[in-house]
Design a binder for this molecule. Sequence first.
Ligand SMILES: CC(C)(COP(=O)(O)OP(=O)(O)OC[C@H]1O[C@@H](n2cnc3c(N)ncnc32)[C@H](O)[C@@H]1OP(=O)(O)O)[C@@H](O)C(=O)NCCC(=O)NCCS
Length: 164
Amino acid sequence: MAKKAETTSAKVKGSTGDAPRPRVRGAQAADLEQVIDIDARITGLRKREYWAEILRRYGGGRAQRFFLVAESGPRIEGYVVGDVRDWEFGSPPCGWVFGIAVRPDARQAGIATQLLEAICDGFRRHGVTKVRTLLARNNHLILSFFRSQGMMAAPFIALERDLD
Ligand SMILES: CC(C)(COP(=O)(O)OP(=O)(O)OC[C@H]1O[C@@H](n2cnc3c(N)ncnc32)[C@H](O)[C@@H]1OP(=O)(O)O)[C@@H](O)C(=O)NCCC(=O)NCCS
């Protein structure tokens, strides 16, 4: 899976120099420290156990599961995590993206677009024709990104309550 998700085309969108486009590939244990760092810059939390578990469950080309990174030389520029879920919420199998992030100094160069395309290619190979995600309604940045990728409001609502 990870092998097929690799992309190698010419240049980063909007770059003026010769900066090559990052390579998208399956995440490995050696990437975790940088992934944890990117996540921590966004959330303020270093979640070592969480990311080790994500690698265990989604890394290594597991069937229907994807943990991809965008790599420029020694730097991990961003990551995406998702899977194909069968008949969850009563809907036919579809791809779910539940985490995507790019290092702050590498943003607005098309890297998240490249990561989303790579994971969508993986979803397509599993025969699904739809991709979904869930996001915080006040996260305008991630909303702008997903809208730019053609994603629209889905016919679902999220519900929650406190557990005493
Ligand atoms: C959202 C995010 C992944 C976008 O990564 P990126 O590599 O900069 O995105 P791209 O360069 O591929 O941008 C694609 C499109 O997204 C939109 N977009 C990206 N950054 C934007 C910004 N700062 N403001 C408005 N729109 C933006 C634009 O439409 C852009 O297309 P354009 O460059 O042609 O205008 C990145 O900003 C990020 O990591 N943010 C924090 C993520 C987060 O909060 N994750 C937690 C929830 S999973």
